[in-house]
Design a protein around this ligand. Sequence first.
Ligand SMILES: Cc1ncc(COP(=O)(O)O)c(C=O)c1O
Length: 407
Amino acid sequence: MGFRSPSVAVVMHRPESSHALVYFDNNATTALDPAVVEAMLPFLTEHYGNPSSAYSFGSRVGKAVEHAREQVAALLGCEAREVIFTSCGTEGNNTALASALAADPDRRHVVTTTVEHSAVKNHCERLARQGYEITWLPVDARGRLDLAQVADAIRDDTAVVSVMWANNETGVLYPIKEIAALARARGAFFHTDAVQAVGKIPLNLRELPHVHFLTLAGHKLHAPKGVGALYVNRRVKFAPYLIGGSQEHNRRGGTENVASIVALGQAAELAAAAMEDENTRVRALRDQFERGILEAIAGVEINGDPVERLPNTTNLFFPGLESEALLVLLDKAGLCASAGSACTSGSVHPSHVLTAMGHSATRARGSLRFSFSRFNTAAEINRGLEIVVHAVEKLRALMPSTMALVS
Ligand SMILES: Cc1ncc(COP(=O)(O)O)c(C=O)c1O
C-alpha cells in the first residue's frame, strides 16, 4: 500500500516472552503481532486523514480501509462488501441480532444456547424482558448440542437462531453448517458468534450459504482491542445498529478506527498464513500441557468434548481446589490463565457454561481455562507445567482435607 513510515521504529521479532510471564490466556486476548503493529503505526502518525474526506490525504486512508476489508474477506471466504467493521465482538453480536429482529416484526422468537458468551446471552435476556420469546438450547455433559433438539426448537415465528462457532471457555465446536440449514428451512436468520473460531480453525463462508451473520473480534487474533467485524450475507436486508454518517457503506455510522482496522486486515492475512501452525504446533503444545497436568496431578478431568474443540484450548477441573485461589498462586508465579470467561472473572459466580453442562457449582469453581497461541513455545509449556503442579501441591498442603477428595 506504500503507507509504511521509515521514521517509525518497529521491533520486528515476535513479542518478547519474558521469562517472568507465561501467558496461557489467549482466549481472553492475544499479544499484538509485531507485523500488525508495523502496519497500523503509520495510521496513528502521518496518515491521520479522515477516510470520508474528498481530498487525497483522506481518500488514501479510505483505500487502506478497503484493503483491510479485502484481507478480512479473504480469511472468511466472503466478498469484501459483506464485511462491516465494528468496535468489538459485542457490537457485532448485538448488531446482528437487532438487524435480524428488525426484518420481520411478526417473528418474535429467538433460539440460542445456554453456553453463549455474555455478549449474546445478556442481549437475549434483555430481549426477553422486552417481550421476545427466547428458547435456550441445553448442552450435554461434554458441552454438545443435540441437532434434533435444535430442529424442534426452531418455529415459523423464529426470527433468528444464534449459535456460537466455538465456546470461549471449553473450546467446544458447534455444527454451524447443519444448524444454519435448520434455521433456513424455517425462514429464520442464522447468526454465529465466531469470535473464538476466526483465525484458529479454517472457515469458509462460501461453503455456508445459510450463515447470514458472523461476528469476529480483532483482539483474539493478534490485532488490537476495540476493533472487530461483522459479516452480513449480501442477500440480507441489513438494518444498521449505529445510526449516523454514511461510513461503512451506510451500514455503521461513526468515523472509522482506521489504524485498528488496518491492523485487523493485517492480522487476518497473518492468521490465514499461520492456520496450519495453529492446528499442528499449537495443538501439540496444548496436548503436551494437558497430558502433563493429567499425569502429574491426580483426579484432574477435562471439561468439554476432548475431540470437537479448538486446537488451542483446554479447560481442566482440579478436584478439591478453588480456582480463584489457584489463580492467585499462578499469578504470583507469572502465569496467566482464567477461571470462567474473562468478562465474568472477579465475580464469585460459577461459570454458566460449566453449570449448563450439568457440572456442580463446586466443579465449576474448581476449573481453569488455559488457552495458547502461536507465540507460545515448548519451553513455556514446561515452565507452565512446573508452575501449575507446584501451585496445586502448595494449595493441597494448605488444605490437607482436599487430598481425600482426590485419592
Ligand atoms: C465467544 C465470544 N464472543 C464475544 C466476545 C466479546 O468480544 P469483545 O470483548 O471484543 O466485545 C468474546 C470475548 O471474550 C468471546 O469470547
